[in-house]
Design a protein around this ligand. Structure first.
Ligand SMILES: [Mn+2]
Length: 283
């Protein structure tokens, strides 16, 4: 008998059938406009997770007490966004079909669209919570509609007005900020509007997407488009804990570019965010 040839995210060593959460990587960064490297994010998160404890003092929970399967990374074609999103969709679909929660590790932010498509198919009344420095509301970027800079706009194309809640936003075109006033709930700079949003969407299924650049680049420099003035790690952990009462049905954590922070601190931080999310979500 042979064993698998990769190390899963720490504590996520259960089999598919017995698990309620399925972790998978989407190592894709073809539309990254500034500094590439997010394609290495999921692998770094998996590798560096062995620097973590499985126990969280923040939540008094331990990954050892969970049943989570890490399937590893999907092998994606870098030159073809449409095909890559389709492949991400197929994996997501299979996870949902088996009544499990997809938990995707990016990759650039565009990968969210592949998973979201399938989640929307299963949950037509889905709401989106986005933590991000950037609006991601452009209709197109460099004449491309399938771009990391357009991902939330593409989600709006599907679900429409009043269902998208954005937090930590501090960068975008004027047109995007004005457009958001009509179509999304955009909270600038921090997570201060989160309580109100939770109250509004507590009866709906929720897709949670966390672009790690929502964090301050002082603690999270390892990302493609760092944006000064971000939230602290403790603010993010508080936000994650607050969402434990929500009906979150799918999650992704994206935009770690480990090659852009040679200290490794950004990767270690991302691992910790993933651990806290898994422990918050596990039922
Ligand atoms: Mn961003």
């Amino acid at each position: 008998m042979l064993n698998k040839m990769y190390q899963e995210f720490i504590g996520c060593d259960k089999e598919f059938d017995e698990s309620s959460i399925v972790l998978f990587g989407a190592p894709f960064d073809s539309t990254t406009s500034n500094r590439p490297g997010a394609r290495f994010g999921s692998k770094a998160i998996r590798d560096e997770s062995y620097g973590l404890e499985t126990y969280s003092p923040y939540q008094d929970k331990d990954l050892e007490d969970t049943k989570i399967f890490d399937m590893g990374d999907i092998e994606l074609p870098f030159g073809d966004s449409k095909k890559a999103l389709e492949m991400i969709g197929n994996v997501t679909k299979e996870i949902l079909k088996n009544e499990k929660m997809p938990f995707m590790l990016g990759g650039e932010h565009l990968v969210t669209l592949g998973a979201f498509n399938e989640v929307y198919r299963k949950y037509p009344d889905i709401r989106l919570i986005q933590f991000d420095a950037h609006t991601d509301l452009r209709d197109e970027y460099l004449n491309v509609k399938l771009s990391h800079a357009c991902v939330v706009r593409r989600i709006w194309d599907m679900i429409g007005d009043g269902k998208i809640y954005q937090f930590g936003i501090r960068s975008g075109m004027r047109e995007e900020f004005y457009w958001a006033k009509e179509h999304t709930t955009l909270n600038k700079y921090n997570l201060s509007g989160l309580d109100k949003a939770i109250e509004e969407i507590k009866d709906y299924p929720v897709y949670l997407t966390i672009d790690l650049d929502v964090l301050d680049p002082g603690i999270m420099p390892g990302t493609g488009t760092p944006e000064a003035g971000g939230i602290s790690f403790n603010e993010l952990i508080d936000g994650i804990k607050k969402m434990s009462g929500l009906n979150i049905v799918a999650v992704d954590v994206n935009e770690l570019a480990p090659n852009l922070d040679m200290s490794g601190a950004s990767s270690a931080l991302a691992c910790k965010v993933v651990r806290e999310l898994l422990l918050m979500l596990y039922r």
